[in-house]
Write a protein of this length. Structure first.
Length: 49
């Protein structure tokens, strides 16, 4: 979850953490996959600018 909030500020590091979590399987992987998808689609908005 922390990596999701840090996407705007530490993009490369946060994406690396989310990509690793996405490979693990389970609910955490689903959350990571969806967070990455929203980031890439431009629909990510966990913290307003």
């Amino acid at each position: 979850m922390a990596a999701g909030f840090l996407l705007r500020y530490r993009t490369a590091e946060a994406k690396a953490v989310l990509e690793a979590a996405a490979k693990e399987g389970g609910v955490g992987a689903l959350d990571a996959i969806m967070t990455l998808r929203h980031w890439e689609n431009g629909t990510w908005a966990l913290d307003p600018e």
